[in-house]
Design a protein around this ligand. Structure first.
Ligand SMILES: CC(C)(COP(=O)(O)OP(=O)(O)OC[C@H]1O[C@@H](n2cnc3c(N)ncnc32)[C@H](O)[C@@H]1OP(=O)(O)O)[C@@H](O)C(=O)NCCC(=O)NCCS
Length: 179
């Protein structure tokens, strides 16, 4: 984790917007970094073409995928993936931030923005949830700071990067207090 003298409680220049193919060079900064993908379900990207395919075929059609921007420059991403049928009341939160910007409160701010907008954008959504590797302390802390409830541990829940892992499950309900 990179040290920081400036926490982002004060960053008014953090914003969310759709990520587009024209953002490919910024996307490649975090998407190629093993430090960033360590706890993610995906492997680091190794070439621009695959990055462009991902943005074209996954990000753009995705119902809620946003670039996290600092002064309009994408430095990470955050998404809410919906469910359908009986599970449509819940959506799953995912996020990643370029390493250079870790430890400044930026993801906490981005998650709070999502928490404050997604339930009005999607009135059918009652629960926003996040599944986090038990060893990913920074991500668990982000969710706590953004007001999520830790509900427990899903033991040996996913096989990822060579071994089976325990995940912590967090949720925020539409009726929970928001900051
Ligand atoms: C996890 C991640 C999103 C955090 O983003 P960030 O902008 O650095 O988070 P914030 O600065 O808002 O908050 C991080 C908090 O975790 C704490 N933290 C970080 N690493 C920690 C560690 N190893 N142990 C304990 N606390 C830790 C920080 O001190 C801070 O808490 P504080 O404000 O109480 O001091 C970022 O590191 C990242 O993108 N990681 C790679 C992708 C990823 O893991 N995504 C999540 C998949 S579920």
């Amino acid at each position: 984790m990179e040290g920081s003298s400036c926490k982002a409680d004060s960053f008014s220049n953090v914003s969310l917007r759709p990520l587009d193919v024209s953002d490919i060079d910024d996307f490649m900064v975090w998407a190629t970094d093993e430090k960033v993908t360590r706890f993610c379900t995906w492997e680091p990207y190794t070439n621009k073409e695959d990055g462009i395919k991902f943005i074209t075929h996954y990000v753009i059609p995705h119902p809620w995928f946003r670039a996290i921007c600092l002064d309009s420059k994408p430095i990470g991403s955050i998404s809410v993936t919906p469910n359908s049928g009986n599970f449509r009341c819940r959506g799953e939160l995912g996020y990643a931030l370029a390493w250079k910007y870790w430890g400044k409160g930026i993801m906490t701010q981005a998650v709070k923005i999502v928490a404050n907008t997604i339930f009005s954008e999607w009135p059918h959504l009652e629960r926003l949830e996040a599944l986090v590797d038990i060893e990913n302390m920074g991500s668990q802390r982000v969710l706590e700071k953004a007001g999520f409830n830790r509900e427990g541990t899903l033991r040996k829940y996913i096989f990822l990067k060579g071994r089976c892992r325990d995940l912590a499950i967090f949720s925020l309900l539409s009726t929970d207090p928001k900051e």
